[in-house]
Design a binder for this molecule. Structure first.
Ligand SMILES: Nc1ncnc2c1ncn2[C@@H]1O[C@H](COP(=O)(O)OP(=O)(O)OP(=O)(O)O)[C@@H](O)[C@H]1O
Length: 285
């Protein structure tokens, strides 16, 4: 049977070498690159990518966050930023800074659209070229971490982005703990295996909800196979993060940074993801 990822094995096009060099030159001072992916949409991938970038920056790292999710660029809303926060230096775009005292720079397709109602209707090649510009024409500079919020799924778009980037340190797979989402988790892990990218682990988001009256955890979805999927692919469940209506409110009002500085079960459980990312980065040195 034909390998659906056969494109991965294609020989490099010598004519494209110059372009590749320009891209890798621009990312030369980026020490670690991690991608955040999900098999299904709406499970909290952008939430986890934004929390990861913020948490690492709050730990004193220089961090870049590239929101490559064309169809749901929600990152600007989480930080309360808009296109007006972008500046340029020469022919390079400077990432938006959601907080002056934090070394965090953000680029999103949502910052480049004229308004929130405008959908991205570009076809594949236009999207690929826009994504290339995210890495080639943005002044990322000296970064400890570049976090990439991939489009959902395992199709052409995430594949194209991962092929552009060399030396990825690893990927985090975000899911909800529901058997219906399990197939897509296994697909994501197979996708990473084929691309030779290390699965740092699985983050189970919306994993129960804490009752505001009695503090009991209410299980929302039936889950059986997530632990087995982690075991089969030699990875682990990094964190189980509850659904929290307060978090949802914080995101809608652009308060991601404030959220990550306060105590909550979500944020406290997320610390382990930050620990493992820092450990993986240190191990890659
Ligand atoms: N743990 C949580 N508690 C409460 N709300 C959450 C939680 N995680 C995510 N959300 C909310 O769920 C919605 C979807 O989250 P998010 O945009 O991060 O998902 P996504 O997987 O990136 O979606 P897409 O496929 O559209 O890119 C958002 O409105 C977000 O605020």
């Amino acid at each position: 049977m034909a390998d659906p990822l056969h494109v991965v094995q294609k020989k490099p096009d010598p004519a494209g070498k110059e372009k590749e060099d320009k891209l890798h030159e621009n990312l030369a001072l980026v020490k670690n690159i991690f991608v955040v992916m999900s098999g299904k949409g709406g499970v909290g991938k952008s939430t986890v990518a934004a929390a990861l970038a913020t948490g690492l920056a709050l730990r004193g790292n220089h961090v870049g966050l590239a929101d490559c999710d064309f169809h749901g660029p929600s990152i600007p809303m989480l930080f309360g930023i808009s296109g007006e926060d972008l500046t340029t230096a020469g022919d390079k775009l400077i990432p938006a800074r959601p907080a002056e005292n934090l070394n965090l720079g953000v680029i999103s397709i949502g910052l480049l659209l004229p308004d929130d109602d405008t959908p991205v209707i570009w076809r594949g090649p236009a999207k690929t070229s826009a994504i290339r510009q995210f890495f080639e024409d943005v002044a990322w500079g000296n970064l400890d971490y570049l976090i990439i919020d991939l489009p959902p799924g395992t199709g052409d778009e995430p594949l194209g982005i991962m092929q552009l980037l060399q030396n990825l340190n690893g990927a985090i797979v975000v899911t909800i703990p529901q058997d219906i989402a399990l197939t897509s988790v296994r697909k994501s892990l197979t996708f990473l295996q084929k691309l030779n990218v290390k699965p740092v682990g699985i983050v189970s988001n919306m994993d129960g909800i804490i009752c505001p009256h009695c503090d009991e955890k209410i299980i929302l979805f039936s889950e059986g196979g997530l632990a087995k999927a982690a075991q089969d692919f030699h990875t682990e469940i990094l964190a189980r993060l509850p659904m929290d209506p307060e978090f949802s409110k914080a995101q809608e009002s652009g308060k991601m940074i404030e959220w990550m500085t306060q105590n909550s079960e979500w944020k406290n459980n997320f610390e382990k993801v930050l620990d493992i990312i820092e450990k993986t980065a240190a191990g890659n040195k």
